[in-house]
Design a protein around this ligand. Structure first.
Ligand SMILES: [Cu+2]
Length: 106
C-alpha cells in the first residue's frame, strides 16, 4: 500500500518534470548568435535557427557536452536536447567569431 503510493507519486513527479521541459530558440543572423548566453535546464530542447544568408555549422566540443548540428543552410533549423547538466560552449566551424554559452542546470 505504502509502496504503491510512493510509485504513484513518483509517476506524477515524472510527468510534471516532463511537462516543464522547455523548447527554446537560438537565432543566427549576420554571422552572430542573437544571444550570447542561454540558461536552460536538463531535458530542455534548443532549436538552432539559421536566419542568415550564409550556412553555419554549429558544434560544442566542451568535454561531456559535445554535439554537432552539422551544416545548416539558410532557413534551416535543428533541435538539440540537453540531457546533462553543465556548460556547453557552442561555436560555428565556419565563423570562429560566433560564440554561445549554454548553461544547463540540473
Ligand atoms: Cu557560422
Amino acid at each position: 500500500m505504502r509502496t504503491s503510493r510512493i510509485l504513484a507519486l513518483a509517476a506524477l513527479l515524472g510527468l510534471a518534470s516532463a511537462a516543464a521541459a522547455a523548447d527554446l530558440r537560438v537565432v543566427q543572423r549576420q554571422k552572430k548568435f542573437l544571444v550570447d548566453r542561454l540558461d536552460i535546464r536538463v531535458g530542455d530542447t534548443v532549436r538552432f535557427v539559421n536566419d542568415d544568408e550564409v550556412s553555419h555549422n554549429l558544434y560544442s566540443a566542451t568535454p561531456g557536452m559535445q554535439f554537432e548540428v552539422r551544416i545548416q543552410q539558410p532557413g534551416q533549423s535543428d533541435k538539440v536536447t540537453f540531457k546533462k547538466a553543465g556548460v556547453a560552449l557552442v561555436q560555428c566551424a565556419i565563423h570562429p567569431q560566433m560564440n554561445l554559452r549554454i548553461s544547463v542546470a540540473p
